[in-house]
Design a protein. Structure first.
Length: 311
């Protein structure tokens, strides 16, 4: 007697990211800012299991509290699946099971990683067979960080952050990440940056019209030199994030006192990323900061972008 096969399932994963450098241009007439950022994909992954279905749905698991995440059509992973179906004239749906490991609203691109992994998983599940460049175009429609979650590795992002150029990075960089209790809204952080610049218009240089990544950052990445990179970590969004969550300053100080090479707020925050010399120093810093009551994760980079994995 034969047994009917169950619905087909495809598994994919995509990484979170750290912006090791981020410069934000002036506010434009359309309300957006151009940026220049150096992305590094790190070993915190969003894991997506895509199952054939008649409609579109999503369910979350994993160690991250997902109680506040939407599971309707406003969810970015659902948007990704529907965009792919619409683009390829696929008539079915998908059920997504997402194991979350990247902090929510933490400046590490967790939602973008969900979307990137969903594109890859559904393309494989449905047999739509899009070229990687076509998937990249869809990713760019979904959000500025989605193309990098698809690409992975190390890259320079310009425009909205979605115009990517691969950057050479030698060796492995070791990071320690301190998670905050609450998230920060990316639009609110950018709005606070504009207010910060208005408040300090006589104290700080004008925002660049065409921001660029400092050459020293690219040289340090290319050399695989954590000590050198530590000198050039920078994030224009750090000051507004600190203004919105002043307690982050204590986290930055605690990590630097405990021996980190350097620290910065990742992206729009509030996750704080500490660069350390090696795995031993990462473990030492984890012990020290955990003893101080902080929630801490270790990660390394660069790692691959979104890809199919065995179930």
């Amino acid at each position: 007697m034969s047994v009917a096969a169950g619905p087909r399932v495809v598994h994919a994963k995509a990484p979170g990211k750290i912006n090791v450098f981020m410069r934000v241009g002036a506010l434009q007439d359309d309300g957006y800012h151009d940026v220049a950022t150096a992305y590094q994909a790190v070993s915190l992954y969003e894991e997506v299991a895509a199952t054939e279905a008649d409609d579109f749905s999503v369910r979350f698991t994993g160690p991250i509290d997902t109680s506040g995440l939407p599971t309707d059509g406003s969810n970015l992973a659902i948007k990704a699946a529907r965009l792919l179906a619409r683009t390829t004239d696929y008539r079915g749906g998908v059920h997504l099971e997402i194991a979350k490991h990247v902090p929510i609203a933490g400046g590490m691109g967790g939602g973008s990683a969900d979307a990137a992994a969903t594109l890859v998983a559904c393309d494989h599940l449905w047999g739509t067979g899009l070229a990687r460049d076509d998937l990249h175009e869809l990713a760019a429609e979904l959000g500025a960080d989605v193309p990098f979650a698809l690409m992975g590795g190390t890259a320079v992002g310009t425009g909205r952050g979605d115009e990517l150029s691969p950057a050479l990075a030698k060796g492995t960089f070791h990071w320690l990440l301190v998670l905050a209790d609450g998230g920060l809204s990316t639009p609110e952080v950018y709005a606070e940056l504009d207010r910060h610049r208005e408040r300090h218009v006589t104290d700080i240089a004008p925002a660049p019209s065409q921001p660029t990544v400092d050459i020293e950052v690219l040289q340090a990445l290319r050399a695989g030199d954590a000590q050198q990179l530590a000198e050039y970590l920078h994030n224009d969004l750090q000051a507004p994030a600190l203004h919105l969550q002043p307690e982050l300053a204590d986290v930055l100080e605690a990590g630097e006192v405990a021996g980190a090479l350097a620290a910065l707020v990742s992206g729009s925050g509030p996750t704080v990323a500490f660069l350390v010399a090696d795995a031993d120093q990462a473990l030492d810093l984890q012990v020290s900061l955990s003893a101080g009551g902080h929630r801490v994760l270790r990660a390394t980079g660069p790692v691959h972008g979104a890809r199919i994995v065995a179930g």
